[in-house]
Design a protein around this ligand. Structure first.
Ligand code: DHB
Ligand code: FE
Length: 280
């Protein structure tokens, strides 16, 4: 049966795509950020997941404000990237696992999570930047991918409780997959940031660090935060924290924190990177 080995988090800031393209790993601005990734790559090298379920929010490439699924799951054999206008290089397609995607979609709809199935899904920086950070050389160990997109862009967005519950349902769907494979779950985006309006540039270090602590020890406590409070505390785009909660819901109740890094600012964002290992 499929096994969930752990969860990873990372911000997915487009400027990181440029820093990678220009190999700015030792640049003083970028070094404290990139230094968070070698321990994670080491953990991935030791565990070699077969499939990565990558939870992100589409930013207008696949879905726009006219058609916005609350939760969408890729069911394609591969996922191609396109130019979003950020000036970052378009990267080659990533392999999918359509068979496992359909299993997850069927199980989650059975569990009354009415997800949108996407047999074609162009993936944006929310997907490609994390993949580049965790599997930079795209070697033979790079896992097959299943993108899961959540609406954190157009209100009404899901509640924090719904995000955690989505993860719990995703967990049951994965654990009922009959193949003996290891699965890792990625929650991308965040932490606090606001890209426009009067509070453009807003970052809340205390709130971010509280979220990074509670997501390990007591994720249920985070579901008490209302969506308005999340925007107030984390900024308009800090709603991307929902993807971290979706990831956390798919892990075991107890987890071991393997690695954690927080750095501000990267572009306009509080950048958080974590590895949580499942205990069962
Ligand atoms: C930035 C952060 C994001 O999450 C994003 O999608 C785009 C830009 C930023 O900090 O610049
Ligand atoms: Fe984003």
């Amino acid at each position: 049966m499929a096994k969930i080995i752990g969860g990873l988090t990372t911000s997915h800031i487009p400027a990181v795509g440029n820093a990678i393209a220009n190999e700015m790993y030792d640049d003083p601005y970028w070094k404290p950020f990139f230094d968070g990734y070698p321990p994670i790559r080491e953990w991935l090298g030791d565990h070699k997941p077969d499939v990565a379920i990558l939870i992100y929010n589409d930013h207008g490439l696949a879905f726009f404000l006219d058609q916005m699924p609350t939760f969408a799951i890729g069911a394609a054999h591969e996922y191609r990237n396109e130019d979003e206008g950020w000036g970052i290089p378009v990267v080659p397609p990533y392999p999918g696992d359509a068979k496992m995607s359909w299993h997850i979609i069927e199980q989650m709809v059975e569990d009354e999570f009415d997800v949108t199935s996407c047999q074609e899904l162009p993936v944006d920086h929310g997907f490609t930047v994390p993949m580049q950070l965790f599997w930079p050389d795209r070697g033979p160990d790079m896992p097959r991918t299943i993108p899961v997109s959540a609406n954190t862009v157009q209100h009404p967005i899901p509640t924090l409780k719904r995000a955690l519950d989505f993860g719990k349902s995703l967990r049951q769907a994965i654990l009922s997959y009959p193949e003996d494979i290891n699965v890792v779950i990625l929650g991308t985006g965040g932490l606090s940031h606001q890209l426009d309006g009067e509070r453009a540039g807003f970052i809340n270090k205390e709130f971010d660090q509280m979220c990074m602590e509670k997501i390990v020890s007591d994720p249920e406590a985070l579901t008490k935060i209302s969506r308005h409070e999340l925007v107030r505390q984390a900024g308009a785009q800090g709603t991307e924290f929902l993807m971290w909660l979706m990831m956390r819901g798919a892990l075991s109740k107890e987890v071991n924190l393997i690695s954690s890094n927080y750095h501000i600012p990267i572009s306009n964002t509080g950048a958080g990177t974590m590895v949580m290992e499942c205990v069962d």
